[in-house]
Design a binder for this molecule. Structure first.
Ligand code: NAD
Ligand code: KDG
Length: 275
């Protein structure tokens, strides 16, 4: 029997790839995105598509209800994936901008996960996968908003795994390092739009970062394609026992290891040098 999965953030990058790959692997995929133009494109490509804006609670709730209808009330899995990165030093982040980061990257995921758990409890099973990041394990300068959202996600997911231990609902984290996607282009847009670069004490650093974000259309070292995330997602969906967390890319394995063995001061030095 086909398994039904809802995936958020399918207009590009990891979500786009995984939606197609899972459908090709025999899943019924309900792919969500924000704009009608993206929905039309995904539908033309053969995906079942719904509109869901993660910054709008009404849209999240109606989107989830529509997803349930589309799979005859039998949702087996949720892949929380849609998110963005807001660059900028913590002191330069307007509170509203930090709240927006959390709305999309954290609160929306909590809402969807809570709806999914409620539904999955009635069905007696389910899988929930959260697309976190190596930046949910270690922090980088000027990535505070995004870091904080992924650290929060890690804490929430670790808690839920324990709370769900007596159910047949399994929840996993995927922690990728650099993956080819629209992520950096979108981060650059959010940087320019929401941070007052010119009057910041970090202006020189920001200008260098913008240059790096522009240049990163060429792959960074150790960058993998979305397929690398898909392989872990597939395991989390199909293995009898999904893993609590899946590392993806060399930087994640390295940082996961160094975090355990280095003091915070040494880890800071290394991260500042290699950011
Ligand atoms: N690309 C990387 O290097 C990388 C590394 C680690 C983790 N991740 C995580 O992977 C996930 C997917 O990112 P990606 O790399 O594919 O980037 P991407 O920018 O290509 O895709 C992000 C998706 O989220 C959607 N999105 C953003 N804001 C939204 C909103 N308000 N409502 C609905 N959808 C919204 C975008 O439209 C897009 O479809 C994210 O959770 C990201 O944190 C990415
Ligand atoms: O943006 C993320 O979530 C990443 O993990 C991507 C890279 O690892 C990060 O940009 C490192 O600079």
């Amino acid at each position: 029997m086909k398994k039904n999965i809802l995936i958020t953030g399918c207009s590009s990058g990891i979500g786009y790839y995984c939606a197609h790959a899972l459908q090709n692997a025999g899943f019924k995929v309900i792919a969500s995105c924000r704009t009608q133009a993206d929905a039309n494109k995904l539908s033309d490509e053969g995906l079942t598509c719904i509109l869901l804006d993660l910054s709008d609670e009404h849209s999240i709730k109606t989107g989830f209800a529509e997803a349930l209808t589309l799979c005859d009330g039998q949702l087996d899995a949720l892949f929380n994936n849609g998110a963005y990165g807001q660059p900028g030093a913590v002191e330069d982040l307007p509170t509203e901008i930090l709240k927006k980061q959390f709305e999309v990257n954290f609160f929306a995921w909590h809402t969807l996960t809570s709806l999914a758990v409620k539904h999955m409890r009635t069905r007696g099973h389910g899988r929930i996968i959260h697309n976190s990041s190596v930046l949910g394990l270690v922090a980088l300068p000027f990535r505070g908003a995004y870091n904080a959202s992924k650290f929060a996600l890690e804490g929430l997911t670790d808690t839920m795994r324990m709370e769900l231990k007596d159910t047949n609902i399994q929840i996993s984290l995927i922690e990728p390092g650099p993956i080819t996607s629209r992520f950096r282009a979108n981060a650059k847009d959010a940087f320019i739009k929401n941070i007052d670069i010119q009057s910041s004490p970090h202006k020189q650093d920001y200008l260098a970062q913008l240059k790096r974000l522009e240049a990163e259309t060429a792959p960074q070292p150790f960058t993998l394609e979305p397929e690398a995330v898909y392989k872990k997602l597939y395991h989390a969906l199909t293995a009898t026992q999904a893993k609590p967390r899946y590392y993806v890319t060399f930087p994640t394995y390295l940082m996961g290891y160094l975090k355990r063995i280095l003091s915070t001061r040494w880890l800071d030095k290394l991260l500042i040098k290699n950011r």
